[in-house]
Design a protein around this ligand. Sequence first.
Ligand SMILES: Nc1ncnc2c1ncn2[C@@H]1O[C@H](COP(=O)(O)OP(=O)(O)OP(=O)(O)O)[C@@H](O)[C@H]1O
Ligand SMILES: [Mg+2]
Length: 256
Amino acid sequence: MIDEVAQAPMNGEGDGRPRPERSPANGKDGAGPPLEARGLHRTYRGVAGPELHILRGVDFTLDWAEAVAIVGASGSGKSTLLHLLGALDRPSAGSVRVGGTDIATLSDEEAARLRNKRIGFVFQFHHLLRDFTAQENVMVPALIRGDSPEAARSRATALLGQVGLGGRLGHKPRQLSGGEQQRVAVARALVNEPYILLADEPTGDLDTDTSRDVQDILFEMKERHGVALAVVTHNRELASKAERVLRLREGVLDNV
Ligand SMILES: Nc1ncnc2c1ncn2[C@@H]1O[C@H](COP(=O)(O)OP(=O)(O)OP(=O)(O)O)[C@@H](O)[C@H]1O
Ligand SMILES: [Mg+2]
């Protein structure tokens, strides 16, 4: 499995240094924004009832290095949308382009490779590997990409330092607080220097103060790494830190 998704490092990326704002003009995949969705529909087959038509024509563009918050009632389809934007799921109709590549043209393995290199995910629950240390957890996407263990370890160490966990490299998830676990998840999401960071309720499981800390880290790291951020949240404070806020309602996205 690791071999299937292994790939050579791209474009000399991966040295962990802060980089200037990225755009197609400075040598990336080609024309267009890092993420662009057009006319997205997603229906779920009804289990015991009628078909559910959750997304009904969503258009969404994420620009280089911008931050967008997506809000909406519980059940409105925010996670469904984020899964489509992150190529974790495929739309019933419509298109998603990541760095100009239409994910409909990719096999599942190619989509996995694209996710590994271009997209970082942070979920409400950290999804860290429980038997791995913080450092090893952050290294995993880099190893999958095909980086050497030395390069992966050194980048993981740098990122964990940046999120304030330089003193917790050898801690396993159960030895970390909830906020620390989310910091590790943020570091892991950035280890392959993606274009895009997708976060689904990244502070949903945290108390107010810890939530604020994780919000700050998320935005600090977004700036530092020049990555575009789309964050789904019920948290008004978090949403207000984004440059744009969009609301998902009745299957479509609108400006707030
Ligand atoms: N795999 C699935 N099969 C069938 N229905 C699903 C599936 N996934 C989600 N749904 C339905 O789609 C709707 C949207 O779900 P989704 O998880 O995207 O909502 P959400 O906006 O993220 O909600 P929350 O704020 O509570 O996380 C819900 O009504 C849910 O029951
Ligand atoms: Mg959700």
